[in-house]
Write a protein that binds this ligand. Sequence first.
Ligand SMILES: *Cc1c(COP(=O)(O)O)cnc(C)c1O
Length: 406
Amino acid sequence: MPVKTKKSQRVPDASGYFGPFGGQFVPETVMGALEELCTVYAKLRKDPEFKKEFRELLEGYAGRPTMLYPAKRLSKALGIHQIYLKREDLLHTGAHKINNALGQVLLAKRMGKKRIIAETGAGQHGVATATACALMGIDCEVFMGVEDMERQRLNVVRMQLMGAKVVPVTSGTQTLKDACSEAIRDWVTHVEHTHYCIGSVVGPHPYPMMVRDFQAVIGQEARKQIIKETGRLPHALVACVGGGSNAMGLFYPFQEDKAVELYGVEAGGVGMSLGKHSATLVKGRPGVLHGAYSTLLQDEQGQVAVTESVSAGLDYPGVGPEHAYYQWTQRAQYVSVSDKQALKGCQLLCETEGILPALESSHAIAFLPKLAEKLPKKAIVILNLSGRGDKDVTTLANELYPDASK
Ligand SMILES: *Cc1c(COP(=O)(O)O)cnc(C)c1O
């Protein structure tokens, strides 16, 4: 039965549960490291000095606050009163992931760790982590499937330029899932001097909470900006959902504002049968993946499904436990749009506003026509533009202008 979140019910609880979701489903050997992280983070999240240092990095290095941009021509084209774009695409390195990377690398330094490890699929989290490590002068190793290394060569070079070591993972399907397993294996053996930097609101407690807190700056700014600009709260928030960090970062500071509708948009890929999409909350069932109990895409036997999406950043069979909780409590609604619709969303923003969005963010844009049907006349909508699309130009060329090279 759906339950209502009351202000008194802060999530997660002390064991890292968001209702039934979350927790720590990890080998015994990792428990010590997680406990240490929980203890340190519980202290640091209230430490004024840490908060100040983090804020200085966000403002003085990453480029915060990001603007809340009124997209007038886009609004007109869609028949929506006013759409505002939260411009995370304007951040250093081109997406919201730098918020979390700076937070975690700063935390690792405070813990006295000498080395950071991360896993990456599309390479975006790897680049953000390598960037933060270069800035703070700390060793960085990024685990990446060899299959992904070939597909995302540009990001491999970006990491190497930042002085990071990219470790090729040759096990299993040689993609993100195997890179995760390899990173955990490394962490277990080097835990006393190594911090494992996870890139979204996923993984065992305290990661979903910690990454959410680091990304919540998106929603904190947006909430202040929209009130200053319009004198009221928005009708709806829209964000794409891969692991769920940019969406949770925007949603979280609005969670008590019950009149504000929250929409998470997942990747519908090339069809809604298992294996053809990455719409985890729309189509998945509860289960354990990468250290947490959440919703995931799995077959009848409980085997984790393969996923598909035109955007590498959304191509993941799991999702953060707090999103599973928001869906369960009906605080947020989750929908999906197809590859084709996302490509159209990308073109629409380019042509109406002169802004090239990441293919991930394009999924959120592609949901707007559907949302427009049920919005009241004077509706204000905030859409999280999680990243810029320069990284996707090759994909866009192949998808939209396939004959150009002939
Ligand atoms: C990685 C990425 C995403 C998906 O990750 P979340 O944790 O769901 O935010 C979305 N947009 C961009 C631009 C990304 O790089």
